[in-house]
Design a protein around this ligand. Structure first.
Ligand SMILES: [Zn+2]
Length: 296
């Protein structure tokens, strides 16, 4: 992704992984081959491979404002026990070195913001040190939407009370969220919280109960960091298609459709949580729906 300049706010991407990971039907159970074929002229090969696998990425976005350095979303992380997801299980990636190479030291992060608390957005919140999970970013406060935190806290508690074999959300609350809270580093906020001048949250409930987008505005420009409100550009062909991972697919569809309608044919830059290179694009109306215009 090219560095995005939104007024005096600089946005860079830190990639953990990128590739053709899953069939489109695994991510979007409601999508049809006909829909893919009808839009192959702009989806392939950048967003969907010839074998039908979606090209996806796992990345964090770093916002450098004149006052603060803000990390949005924390990928899968290293060393996490994720036996149900072999590619994530005790993964080892050079994510922190990638971040340093982008000119951002972990010590410089002032705020960590997770758009939602799924396992692939909280991983680098913590790292394994001497057998314990400790906050990765020593000087950061970690901002979670209160509604999101309380949902997953209750889910984790219920799973323990019921002695569930498989913990919800791959057990990520216990290894990547709770240690941050117990270290006194978490701040619970409302879903319209302002992180800094020109950087604020908006509710986009549905993918998860407290899912939020992050707005960035400055110098007459606007970007929306939408996390998993949309997983793949294929959803622009039918905004009503929710992912297999949406807690409330109908509500997720409403949040996504409203977001797409609002941004369509404007100059706003969309920066989604799993879009592959070049990530950044504008939503434009196309045929009966929309497409992503990446400007190249
Ligand atoms: Zn995700």
């Amino acid at each position: 992704m090219k560095t995005q300049l939104i007024g005096d706010i600089v946005i860079d991407r830190i990639v953990e992984a990128e590739g053709a990971f899953a069939d489109f039907g695994f991510i979007l159970p409601g999508a049809t081959q006909d829909l893919v074929d009808a839009n192959a002229d702009w989806l392939a090969p950048r967003f969907i491979a010839p074998d039908g696998k979606l090209i996806m990425a796992f990345h964090a976005l770093v916002l450098r404002t004149p006052r603060r350095t803000i990390l949005v979303d924390c990928c899968v992380g290293n060393d996490k026990d994720r036996p149900l997801r072999p590619t994530w299980h005790r993964q080892q990636t050079p994510f922190l070195d990638t971040m340093r190479a982008a000119g951002v030291a972990p010590e410089e992060i002032d705020i960590v913001m997770c758009t939602h608390l799924h396992a692939d957005h909280v991983g680098w919140n913590t790292q394994l040190v001497d057998g314990r999970w400790v906050p990765t970013f020593p000087n950061a406060r970690y901002v979670f939407a209160r509604r999101e935190y309380e949902f997953w806290e209750a889910e984790a508690r219920r799973a323990k009370a019921e002695g569930m074999q498989e913990p919800p959300n791959h057990g990520s609350f216990d290894d990547s969220v709770l240690p941050v809270m117990e270290a006194g580093r978490a701040v619970l906020v409302e879903a319209d919280h302002e992180l800094d001048h020109g950087v604020w949250l908006e509710p986009a409930f549905g993918h998860t109960p407290g899912n939020v987008n992050v707005n960035v505005r400055g110098g007459g420009r606007h970007a929306l960091l939408c996390g998993d409100t949309m997983h793949t550009p294929l959803q622009l062909c039918d905004p009503g298609l929710s992912s297999a991972f949406c807690e409330d697919p109908a509500m997720s569809a409403r949040s996504r459709t409203a977001m797409i309608e609002r941004l369509a044919d404007t100059e706003s830059i969309l920066l989604a949580g799993h879009f592959p290179t070049p990530v950044a694009g504008r939503i434009v109306r196309h045929r009966e729906a929309f497409r992503l215009d990446t400007g190249d």
